[in-house]
Design a protein around this ligand. Structure first.
Ligand code: FE2
Ligand code: FE2
Length: 283
């Protein structure tokens, strides 16, 4: 089994320092195998914000897979936005998209930011082809995890689902076909865990979709600051959401969703739970 801590939307520049300190403490206690950070490390892509993000990442106790979000691309400096959109992120945070691969899990990062859109993102055909190559290269025993900022799924609104552009559907279906088991994303500052079979008919395959809320931003969208602890093996995935509990001054387990790998792909565990993995108590 491998433990992945999934953080997102840290937004240094608009991050609560109390939550930042508590997050480092909690992640250290969890001792994960890898930490995945799904973008928006800064509020406005400023140098001091990137440096604060870098110092935070350096304090974490595990290998990192870090991808940028739309807030890590300059918004007001139009020249920088189009000419060198990820310069600050690459200079101060991570030089290149990283990955973590062993026999049990392969955590791959993908950059979905786009200079020509303010908020939205996507993957080009070239990006998808590169990811397929990476997926083909990992050990067959490994659970395949893809980390990116923008959600591939739109579970929160029917209208949004219907207007999701076709390239996203093509990308997500291609990636599922080539073995992605689990998507880790952020961007909406809302937590979610579900599976893709209801909307993407890929024969014999269904992936898990996990979105993280914002771990540290003061701009929460009606949901407590939170992050995910994802425990994976070839047969079970447990997604434990840890939410900020102000009264105790720490992140605590808020809910846990479990999935089993069946012949048709990943599906939610039944109510009685075949899940062999139980989330650790965090109270
Ligand atoms: Fe964000
Ligand atoms: Fe975002």
């Amino acid at each position: 089994m491998r433990t992945i801590v999934h953080l997102s939307d840290l937004h240094f520049g608009a991050a609560d320092p109390v939550l930042v300190a508590a997050l480092i403490q909690e992640v250290t206690r969890l001792a994960p195998d890898v930490v995945a950070v799904s973008g928006d490390l800064t509020q406005r892509a400023r140098r001091a914000q990137f440096r604060a993000a870098r110092d935070f990442l350096a304090a974490l106790p595990a290998p990192l897979v870090v991808v940028p979000g739309n807030h890590d691309v300059p918004l007001y400096n139009v020249f920088a936005r189009f000419a060198t959109p990820l310069r600050g992120f690459r200079k101060h945070v991570v030089r290149e998209t990283t990955q973590f691969v062993d026999d049990e899990v392969a955590v791959l990062g993908a950059d979905t930011t786009r200079a020509f859109t303010i908020k939205d993102g996507g993957l080009t055909e070239y990006d998808v082809a590169q990811l397929v190559q990476q997926l083909n290269a990992v050990p067959s025993s490994a659970v395949r995890v893809l980390v990116c900022h923008h959600p591939f799924d739109q579970p929160h609104s029917r209208a949004a689902r219907l207007t999701r552009p076709a390239p996203w559907r093509d990308a997500v279906m291609t990636l599922i076909e080539h073995g992605v088991d689990l998507f880790l994303t952020g961007h909406r500052h809302l937590s979610f865990a579900g599976h893709t079979a209801a909307r993407y008919r890929v024969y014999g395959r269904s992936a898990i979709v996990v979105e993280a809320g914002t771990a540290t931003s003061v701009r929460a969208r009606g949901e407590a600051n939170a992050f995910n602890v994802v425990r994976v093996d070839r047969h079970h995935v447990a997604v434990d959401r840890l939410a900020w509990h102000a009264a105790s001054g720490r992140f605590q387990s808020a809910n846990c969703e479990r999935f089993d790998c069946a012949a048709t792909g990943w599906t939610p565990s039944d109510v009685n739970g075949h899940a062999a993995m139980r989330a650790e108590p965090h109270a």
